[in-house]
Design a protein around this ligand. Structure first.
Ligand code: SF4
Length: 385
């Protein structure tokens, strides 16, 4: 039976209290010494997103990573690596620094690994859904113990992002793009099967609801959730967030493959009762077209471009002109196509649509930056600031 532990701490926990909570959550599963191999290597995978928006509830709290690194060393690890790859739009090394991971590595003696510069290993996917092999970070895959440390957040494509989805950081940017193109939900399940985890510790000290994974509302939860079984952990996490696991496409695929049961059968809860930390998270808006007059044709777009569109909407709101945007059609994602009967000149976004650059108002970038997007939108809609 897979165990999932929940530990609730005091309000605004400091580094010492966070370490105590993590230790207790893992003790409830048998303790770090039952997971760490003496003298072996441990790879810890945070969630740093792009680093640009680092902070509680957005990226993994550096104090959580520091505690995981120190507890791994104390349990006998010979080497601990902090391994992560950021999304499009920012170099991983920069994001690692912005998210506080470089400092944690320097202070703890951990090795910092930029997945985009790491050696890559092609690993086979058992019983594949969509990918037979996946190129992954060698530093993560070859560690003796693999630890995942996601943040509890909503997600505007997958409804929520927790343990399984966080694994996307162990692949390089072009593979991330492939995942979005072929179908993120199936690819995420395949990745988790190809690279099994030894432990997942969720940073729910702060969590995010609404417009996750980067622009939502952050709130304090003062909670840590842990399991050696990432699928069971995601089922419990969904329940804590007020989400029916059956709504989650990737959980349904995992259940179909016999990796977990959607009804939570086979999971033993330990520690704090689920109900005492549960709350109905505000749902993320899944539609990229927020109002009449804006149509977004999206196919296979990366989170970076989706996030850019959302943050441009916020910019336009702040400028007081969002409600004046009319007759705007935007194309995003490598498989997006221009409808034959389209009358408007479309905004064509990003390098993966470079082949359509002469078919509308093209905005270069990967992802394009907000200034260029705003400029194009105002030009196409005739709005003057
Ligand atoms: S431009 Fe294309 S490849 Fe680049 S982030 Fe956007 S959707 Fe992904």
């Amino acid at each position: 039976m897979a165990k999932v532990s929940i530990v609730k701490g005091g309000a605004s926990p400091d580094a010492g209290e966070i370490r105590r909570m993590i230790e207790e959550a893992v003790d409830l599963l048998g303790g770090f010494k039952s997971i760490i191999k003496k003298g072996g290597t441990v790879a810890v995978k945070p969630n740093i997103l792009t680093g640009k928006l680092s902070g509680p509830g957005v990226t993994t709290d550096p104090r959580v990573i520091e505690a995981l690194v120190r507890l791994s060393f104390e349990a006998g690890a010979g080497e601990v690596r902090i391994v992560e790859g950021a999304g499009y739009g920012v170099p991983t090394s920069e994001a690692l620094e912005l998210a506080g991971m470089k400092r944690v590595a320097e202070e703890t003696g951990a090795v910092l690994v930029d997945v985009d510069r790491d050696e890559i290993l092609e690993v086979e996917v058992p019983d594949p859904l969509i990918l037979e092999k996946i190129p992954v970070s060698r530093s993560f895959y070859e560690a003796n113990v693999r630890i995942n440390a996601p943040v509890m957040k909503t997600h505007d494509q997958l409804i929520m992002t927790l343990g399984m989805k966080n694994m996307k950081g162990i692949i390089q940017k072009p593979t991330k793009r492939l995942f979005h193109r072929i179908g993120l939900a199936k690819a995420v399940v395949d990745l988790n099967k190809a690279v099994p985890l030894d432990l997942t510790v969720v940073d729910a000290i702060h969590a995010m609801e609404g417009l996750g994974p980067s622009l939502g509302n952050v709130f304090e939860m003062d909670t840590v959730i842990a399991s050696t079984d990432v699928y069971s952990l995601d089922i419990v996490g969904a329940r804590i967030m007020g989400i029916d696991p059956g709504e989650l496409e990737y959980m349904k695929y995992a259940a179909e493959q016999g990796l977990v049961r959607l009804d939570g059968g086979g999971i033993q809860m330990v520690g704090e009762p689920l109900e005492s930390v549960a709350r109905a998270f505000e749902r993320p808006p899944m539609d990229l077209s927020p109002q009449e007059g804006i149509t977004v044709i999206e196919k296979g777009a990366c989170s970076a471009c989706r996030g850019t569109i959302r943050s441009v909407y916020i910019d336009l709101e702040n400028m007081g002109i969002m409600d004046r945007v009319r007759d705007l059609v935007m194309l995003v994602g490598p498989q997006a196509e221009i409808p034959e009967d389209l009358e408007e000149t479309p905004l064509i976004m990003g390098i993966c649509l470079h082949h359509l650059k002469d078919e509308g108002r093209y905005v270069v970038g990967c992802p394009p930056n907000n200034d260029k997007m705003r400029e194009a939108i105002m030009e196409l809609t005739g709005i003057e600031a």
